[in-house]
Write a protein that binds this ligand. Sequence first.
Ligand code: A2P
Length: 271
Amino acid sequence: MNMHAVSEAAPAFPIPDNVFAEKVVAVEHFTDHLFRFRITRPASFRFRSGEFIMIGLPNAEKPVYRAYSIASPSWDEEIEFFSIKVPDGPLTEHLQKIKLGDTVLMRKKPTGTLVLDALVPGKRLYLFSTGTGVAPFASLVRDPETYEKFEEVVLIQTCRQVDELTYITRLVEDLANDPLVGEMVEGRLKLFTSTTRQTFPRMGRITDLMGDGRFFDMTGLPAISPEIDRAMICGSMAMIKDTSAMMEGFGLVEGANNKPATFVVERAFVG
Ligand code: A2P
């Protein structure tokens, strides 16, 4: 009997019964520290685009769980995640090695503030992200409801290096041919990417680029206004703080699920 077959047939640890145990159906590595993967979707699992969920692996008696934004839209038959690879990260050191057919554990209750319901109606939706903070927005830009609620969507990702932008750049390019939202995104979804540590046509943190007006010059977009614009923010604690302060400077007010307003942030991943 070969070792590989044995380990696949009989996990070393039993699957806890309060979680979904799903199979990996796709894995794609973008850089040494970024990858995406897709798992099967349990028939009973419902979530709102932009929410996150706890995931883990069945490789210990007590699996380690981490909050992951769901990167696929709520209508998708599979669930997608976009992840960093931390060399000694309790979960990602193992997660980065997953292969087709492996099992991923997913807790049953999704949650989060980056949902359309947490914003009052507006015309233009700004989605601000750095690094893997783009994941919930990969969900929202693929959801028809986003385009039913907003006339225009501006998706922003700043990363250190150019190749970290590949995931969202390709996703947005492919969206033009998507049978469900392809026509809706035409002329209405704008992607603005920038880097901070490698040469690229657009360089600088989004806060700096907006602060001195370069963003508005480059895109032709008007200054952000509380009458028209709504925003969602996902990134590191420092990025959230600075981008929120900038939104408040434009007159936007932070909201939540139980108190919709003009911008929302996700603090789940940054302690
Ligand atoms: P920078 O290279 O100038 O630090 P990190 O991996 O540290 O989370 O950073 C991801 C990206 O977010 C980097 O391009 C980084 O720029 C940028 N960034 C870090 N802090 C902030 C902040 N407070 N506001 C806006 N962008 C930020």
